[in-house]
Design a protein around this ligand. Structure first.
Ligand code: MG
Length: 459
């Protein structure tokens, strides 16, 4: 029985996600670890999150575990508290950027990273077997509330940046908290950095009245209008659990996440005098373009932040992240971190003396085209094998970590099976839109041609 996806358990509240289900998962978690070091429990701003958090805490305590509840915090803030409080495990009740009817459960290891898959498998096995943990009355665990989680996290970020330089710039920042988990942390952080902070959707509300909690260009129209209307220097928005940050420049233009990834990859490799940047295969070529001349290298992984952070740990990477605004700063912690991203961008602007749009204009320009093509689930592995054989014959550089990525002299295409639908997604990137469209169409044609030749997957 598989419960955990690439980012924890995600289900619809009131359907699969009920009190008995949460209690069953909590019992499985309680069973999978031994009482000793505490378990940190935190949650996002969704309507069901505090109730789910308390079911989690209570079940763990009844199983003999000591619990420290840090309450409503961004996901990276809970991760930071796990290591600072020397916990053996962290549990976060969150559905990140999903629509309001969702919630989820995410487990963090004692090192602050998402738990490896084998730990999730142990929990799944215990849940499937209906196992929990029971202890007699004199070994019930204590549940303690810790109100200092936000302060601890903000202090940690402030220590990472040049506060005096940032404060000298007297930035005016419009911050869209999206009614989510960044409310107790990001406004305080920006004020501590000497910014004038104007918030949008700055109260916690799990019905997300401002906009859906995915920080896309379409969802952030209020921020895009407000930044130029107020003459602010920039806008910052987080997703629901604030492990991501995206930006709007002074003119109200939405900055795609891969540009922030590229800007900060260049900066952290420059500061380190080289080093490794880790990013999923879907990342823009611009990251390699800026990192290589500085003596750095890019290592690609499968898509999904838990694999990126584990690979960063293994390779002692200087920086990493995803093109959706989920950036990882190993000097602070190995977690996607929205508030740390905001602080790092302000730090970059303060030390370079640049405005955001000027800094971004120095990056290589690429165009990304996204397409999809129907492909039955039982034939897609064979289809990708056939396409891989076709392109290998012309000597192209190929990566088969996650789907099939084909590098051309002036761009790339990535063919990835959808996790949930009978589709292969085709992404193509190149220096001109025409060329990116050409590569995407080439990818679509190759999939269609292979589909005609492919039989079912081998058993
Ligand atoms: Mg998130």
């Amino acid at each position: 029985m598989r419960l955990f996806g690439t980012n924890g358990i995600r289900e619809v509240v009131g359907e699969r996600l009920t009190a008995p289900f949460v209690t069953a998962v909590a019992g499985g978690i309680a069973k999978s670890i031994e009482p000793g070091r505490p378990v940190v429990v935190g949650w996002d701003g969704r309507t069901s999150s505090p109730a789910m958090g308390r079911l989690m805490s209570a079940t763990l305590a009844m199983g003999g575990h000591r619990v420290i509840e840090v309450g409503l915090l961004p996901t990276p803030a809970v991760q930071y508290n796990v290591t600072r409080l020397d916990a053996q495990l962290g549990i976060i009740l969150t559905a990140s950027h999903n629509p309001p009817e969702f919630n989820g459960i995410k487990c963090i290891a004692g090192d602050g990273l998402e738990v490896p898959r084998d730990v999730e498998e142990r929990i799944e096995a215990s849940v499937a077997a209906g196992e929990g943990r029971s202890v007699p009355f004199d070994r019930i665990g204590e549940i303690r509330s810790d109100a200092h989680g936000a302060e601890r996290y903000v202090d940690g970020i402030v220590a990472q940046v040049d506060v005096a330089s940032i404060a000298r710039r007297k930035f005016t920042v419009v911050l869209d908290c999206g009614n989510g988990a960044s409310v107790p942390t990001s406004p305080t952080l920006l004020r501590r950095l000497g910014c004038r902070v104007i918030t949008l959707n700055g109260h916690v509300d799990g019905t997300f009245p401002g906009h859906l909690s995915e920080p896309t260009e379409a969802n952030l129209v209020d921020l895009e209008r407000t930044v130029p209307a107020l003459g602010a220097d920039l806008g910052i928005a987080h997703d629901g659990d604030a492990d991501r940050a995206v930006f709007v420049d002074a003119s109200g233009r939405y900055v795609p996440g891969e540009q922030t990834l590229t800007l900060l990859a260049r900066e952290f490799v420059r500061r380190a005098g080289g080093g490794t940047v880790v990013t999923p295969v879907s990342a823009s070529q611009s990251v390699e373009d800026v990192v290589r001349p500085l003596g750095g290298e890019v290592v690609y992984t499968r898509v999904g932040s838990p694999v990126v952070t584990r690979e960063m740990l293994r390779r002692h990477a200087v920086f990493g992240g995803e093109e959706n605004g989920g950036l990882i700063f190993p000097g602070f912690q190995l977690a996607r971190d929205g508030a740390m991203t905001a602080a790092a961008v302000l730090d970059y602007l303060a030390t370079s003396g640049e405005l955001l749009h000027v800094a971004l204009a120095t990056l290589p320009k690429y165009f990304l085209v996204k397409e999809k093509v129907h492909c039955p689930v039982d034939r897609r592995d064979r289809v990708l094998e056939l396409v891989a054989a076709d392109v290998a014959s012309d000597g192209s550089r190929v990566l088969t970590l996650d789907g099939l990525k084909v590098f051309r002299d002036d761009g790339w295409m990535l063919l990835r099976p959808s996790g949930t639908e009978p589709l292969i997604r085709v992404f193509a990137e190149a220096k001109t839109r025409e060329r990116a469209e050409f590569l995407a169409n080439d990818g679509l044609d190759r999939v269609r041609s292979a589909l005609q030749r492919a039989g079912p997957n081998p058993p």
